[in-house]
Design a protein around this ligand. Structure first.
Ligand SMILES: [Zn+2]
Length: 391
C-alpha cells in the first residue's frame, strides 16, 4: 500500500476569498512542536516552527493572504499528526537501518533523501509530505510505516526485505523519470497496437479489445502517486535487484495466507499473480531460483479462476516491458546488486559470530538464519548486538 500527498503550494492569487478569515490559534500546535523539539526529531520541530512563524509574520504584515497562513498551519498540523509519538529502542534501530540502506544505495547517480522516518503501523507503506515554503527550499519528509509497535519484541527481520521495497518508493519519488521514460515508450507502443487491432475488429470483439486498451491504460500508466501497476511491479523488481533471494522469500511468506486473492484487480497494486510473474522474469535475469514461485503460480491456477478484467490487464508484453524498464533503472541509478558472492561474505561473517554493521548485511543475516530452529533467540541476540553499535 502506498499513500503519497504532494505539497500544495500556497498561492494567494488563486484564492477566491475577499474577506480575511480569522487566523487560527497556534498555541496547541506550538505546544506539540515544543514536545517534538525534545525528541530525536528536533530538526523537524525547528523547521516546522520556522514555517509557521514565517507564514504568520507574512500574513500579519499583509504580504500574503490569511488563507495562505491557514494552508501552512493545516499542513504543519497534518505533519505533526503523522510523526511517531514514541521513540523507543525500536525507533532507533529502524532509523539506523533505513539510514544505512539509504547511504548504501545513494551514489553519484542518485541521492536518497535523509528524512525517512520509521513509524509503527499495521502494514508496510510509505507516505511523503513536504516541509517548508517554496519549491527551492522545500524538502520532503517520508514516513515509512513498519508493521508492529515501537517495541523490539515486534521486530521480525525476516519481513524487513519490505523495508527495501518501501525505500525504493522513496527512491522513485526522487528520480521518477528514469523508470517512467523507459516504460512509457513501450506502453504507448503496446496500447497503440491494441487500438489499431480493435479498429479492425467487429461487434463484441471490437468492444472487448477497446475495453482492454482502456483498462491497460488506466491500471498501468505511471502516476506521480505510485498508485498504479507499473510502479509497484518495478518496485518489486528493483527491491529484488538490491535484496536478492531474501526478497523472494519474504514475498512468498507474505502470500502464504488464506485470504490471498491472486487475481484480484485493484488500481493500487498489480494482482499477486502479476507480481509473481514479474519476479520470475526478473529472477531469471538475475540468476535467482524460481521453482518456489512457479509452484505458487501453478497452485493458484488450480485453486482460483481468473476473471475477464484480470485476463485483459495482466498482459505478458506489458509485464515484460515493466521488468525490463525496472532492471534498466537499477543500472542507470547504479544501485548495488545482491550477488551470490555478496551473500557468501555475509554467511562467513555470521559463521564467525560477528555483528555486521547496519545495512543489507542485517537483512541478509536474518534470511540466512531464517531456517534455524533457534531463529528467535538468534534474532534477539543479533538485534541487541546491533543496538550496541548505536548507543
Ligand atoms: Zn509498494
Amino acid at each position: 500500500m502506498i499513500h503519497f500527498s504532494l505539497r500544495i503550494l500556497a498561492n494567494g492569487a488563486l484564492l477566491p476569498s475577499r474577506r480575511t478569515p480569522p487566523l487560527p490559534d497556534t498555541a496547541s500546535v506550538l505546544e506539540q512542536i515544543d514536545r517534538l523539539a525534545a525528541s530525536p526529531l528536533k530538526e523537524i520541530a525547528e523547521r516546522l516552527r520556522k514555517d509557521l512563524s514565517d507564514a504568520e509574520a507574512s500574513t500579519r504584515s499583509g504580504h500574503t493572504a490569511a488563507a495562505d497562513f491557514i494552508l501552512v498551519y493545516n499542513r504543519v498540523k497534518e505533519l505533526l499528526a503523522g510523526l511517531p509519538s514514541s521513540f523507543g529502542q525500536r525507533f532507533f534501530f529502524d532509523a539506523a537501518l533505513i539510514q544505512a540502506l539509504s547511504e548504501t544505495w545513494s551514489s553519484t547517480a542518485v541521492k536518497i533523501p535523509q528524512m525517512v522516518i520509521p513509524r509503527p503501523a499495521a502494514v508496510s507503506a510509505t507516505d511523503g509530505m513536504a516541509l517548508s515554503e517554496d519549491e527551492r527550499t522545500g524538502q520532503r519528509i517520508f514516513f515509512m510505516m513498519i508493521p508492529g509497535r515501537d517495541d523490539l519484541a515486534d521486530i521480525d527481520l525476516r519481513t524487513y526485505p519490505f523495508m527495501c521495497h518501501e525505500l525504493v518508493h522513496v527512491l522513485l519519488f526522487k528520480v521518477n523519470g528514469v523508470f517512467t521514460k523507459a516504460f512509457e515508450s513501450e506502453l504507448d507502443e503496446y496500447v497503440r497496437k491494441l487500438r489499431l487491432s480493435s479498429a479492425a475488429d467487429r461487434g463484441i470483439a471490437r468492444n472487448r479489445s477497446k475495453e482492454a486498451a482502456a483498462r491497460i491504460e488506466k491500471l498501468w500508466r505511471p502516476t506521480p502517486n505510485h498508485k498504479n501497476w507499473s510502479h509497484e511491479l518495478a518496485i518489486d523488481v528493483i527491491a529484488l535487484w538490491t535484496t536478492g533471494p531474501a526478497y523472494l522469500d519474504a514475498y512468498r511468506n507474505a502470500i502464504e495466507v488464506d485470504t490471498v486473492q491472486p487475481y484480484e484487480v485493484v488500481q493500487t497494486h498489480p494482482p499477486h499473480a502479476v507480481r509473481v510473474q514479474a519476479m520470475i522474469h526478473a529472477s531469471k535475469e538475475l540468476g535467482w531460483p524460481i521453482q518456489a514461485l512457479e509452484g505458487k503460480l501453478a497452485g493458484w491456477k488450480k485453486a482460483f479462476r481468473t476473471t475477464n478484467p484480470y485476463a485483459s490487464a495482466a498482459n505478458q508484453e506489458v509485464i515484460l516491458a515493466g521488468v525490463r524498464a525496472a532492471l534498466s533503472t537499477c543500472q542507470t541509478l547504479r544501485l548495488p546488486k545482491c550477488t551470490p558472492d555478496r551473500l557468501k561474505e555475509t554467511k562467513a561473517l555470521i559463521h564467525r559470530g560477528e555483528t555486521p554493521s547496519f545495512g543489507m548485511d542485517v537483512i541478509w543475516s536474518a534470511w540466512i538464519k531464517s531456517a534455524s530452529p533457534h531463529y528467535d533467540e538468534w534474532e534477539a541476540d543479533f538485534i541487541a548486538g546491533l543496538l550496541g553499535l548505536i548507543r
